[in-house]
Write a protein of this length. Sequence first.
Lengths: 326, 511
Amino acid sequence: MSSPAVLRNRLLWPVLALVALLVLNVVVTPSFFSLRLQDGHLFGSLIDILRNGAPTLLIALGMTLVIATRGIDLSVGAVAAIAGAVTCTYIASGGDAWVGMGLALALCAVLGLWNGFLVSVLGIQPIIATLVLMTAGRGIAMLITEGQIVTVDSPTYREVGAGFLVLPIAILISLAVLGLVALVTRKTALGMLIESVGVNPSASRLAGVKARTIIWTVYVFAALCAAVAGLMISSNVSAADANNAGLWIEMDAILAVVIGGTSLAGGRYSLTGTLLGALIIQTLTTTVYTIGIAPEITLVFKAVVVIAVCLMQAPIRIRVRQGVPA
Amino acid sequence: MTEPVVDMRGISVEFPGVKALQEVDFRLFPGEVHALMGENGAGKSTLIKALTGVHPLAAGGIHYAGGSVSFGGPAQAQAAGISTVYQEVNLCVNLTVAENILLGREPRKFGRIDGKAMRARAAELLERIGLHIDPGSVLESHPIAVQQLVAIARAVAVDARVLVLDEPTSSLDADEVAELFRIIRVLRDEGVAVLFVSHFLEQVYEISDRMTVLRNGRLVGEYTTSEFSRIELVSAMLGREMGVLEEIERRSGTPGEPWLKAEGLGRKGSVAPFDLEIRAGEVVGLAGLLGSGRTEVARLLFGADKADSGRVLVGGKVVHLRGPRSAIEAGIAFSSEDRKAEGVVADLSVRDNLILALQAARGWMRPVPRKLADELVAKYMEMLDIRPANPEAVVGTLSGGNQQKVLLARWLVTEPKLLILDEPTRGIDVGAKAQIQKLVADLAAEGMAVLFISAELEEVVRIADRVVVMRDRQKVAELDGGAVGVDDVMALIAGGGDHGLDKGAQKAVVS
């Protein structure tokens, strides 16, 4: 009942989990925290985590807003694959990298509109509505690449996923988007209206909130985030793989959001929580390699950590901890 | 007198930063109907939840059936014989009536649920409370009032020694209340102790034997109903001399041109086409039983439901109410009867809830400046006496009356021309009720048009300039407020199926 504020903070457990994972890594690999500057680039395990986690973080940001409106977007992985496919195919056919990326973003925005249309206008349940594109999207990507893995050799394009400005460009993009979303949602009324629609759609409608527009907006935003993440993934390897690019990344993104304390039931969301969630997931993946866990049990290990974090945040535990009645 | 079945002594309950109950004593005897009275936030629900083990006690002890008890939750309390029916129906609307009544206690056969036996047992229980519905029907298919009675059937399905009814009548009409009271008396005569919470004083005086009054989390006293006058009760609840309720007088001002005109507005299966005029500065009361179409009229005027016939004119011009937004743009505000589902956004703060409609009208690009929001919140918190006076408080934690005030404030900040209030005083205490009624009168005096819907006829008649009566999804009459009495309205609502008489009554009042 009189627990200090820090114990009541819903980000406490994600932070502790992240710290625990980092400590575990240092124990196993003493040089884990070491960073070195080489040719103006920072290198080190932490930088790798940030760079590899950038696409997940980006997609998780879009997912956070979608989930806050009581929705979910399963199609982000497929959308990411389409973005890579469009850009690489365009560049491979002799086009400019910037134009290619622009095309990819435009197409993905249309895909976001499609998802938003199904959910907000037709009223299809989000999990089903986005399942359509999750399945069909890979097919679209295959059509674009004609079933091939399209490789490109464009230094400009390579920068997106593999470039450095002291820090990896990918993580700079993701953090910039994080900052932008935080700014836009909290400095305008978008954040409050998203939460309002997520908490009580009927009351919001009667209060005159344009719920349809808001839901539409978050799906388009999620698709754009997925598109940029797809560019990062494909740029990092200078190739578009319609089958495997961004495979299961929607699951990591949803996990990141949930670990970050945003409820799948919609409503209040936490962008900081999502950042922590994405970092935990990426650190976990890295940890699995650094501490030499056998590949066969990698997924099991991941699952155990994830469920531990989720249990820590479970409502029943929070109630007990805070002494607040149900 | 016999030994009390429940004896609570020195009960204190604390929430972070709030002392919800302080050293309250409470006794409940077998075979009595005991009313627990108090304003919203007085601690009535908290006391009930302390008894049933929902809230842990900070101090004090509970004796039940002769022994000291401390329940771990409502399930334990129920197993021990204390059944509770809450204000808001807590049933699974997608299950059948029988499944709801026997949820968790289903008769089994070979380890599987015996559907036939379950329906038979449910039918028996429904019979006991005189509710004639098919136990196999889905609960959702019944009106809220019936669902409430099903909840009571569920509560008496266990052999309860104590039955707690928290605002059981707030969604029932007169017949259903009479039915409920009959059931309560049967149970009382069987020796069940009934704890009854209601805001309807009349009902309390009709049904209760004794009462306990709480105020601000403290015990005011325990009284015998027959020796305790209404004025004494109200002043015990409010802690001040009463007069507010009587203060509201109908102004005999001369309202101007009709601000809103509905011509033949209707919707199939919802409400038959009706005409209605509302003038600026006028309070129009809408009376009728639950399900008479009174809420449907409001929803059509607000565009919450789309009309399939007729039209609406605002200031002489036709407006197309495609949805709430277009109604809001036209200057119409609507506060739904269902606070929880269609009113408050429970997880957001009082501030966010209060500015929601204003913000929605501005669009997300133009946030309400923080300074303006704070000013509005401060203004309305003071004006409507919203408690706690904390803009950051999560609305879901406020009492019903205070949530209602937040909703009123939400619309008032948009400065509507027409304010439609559907049951704004349902389930809230006398003090808040008086405040809201007075506010409505003041708003009308300042030139706002108000459409006021309430199940409480006295309230409608008192504050309305004109009363529109609904029956069976039809507008049956329109009465001038000056001359109308509760009995007149009651007669029209009751109707009688005799068409000749209906028409006569209608003619008489229209002229």
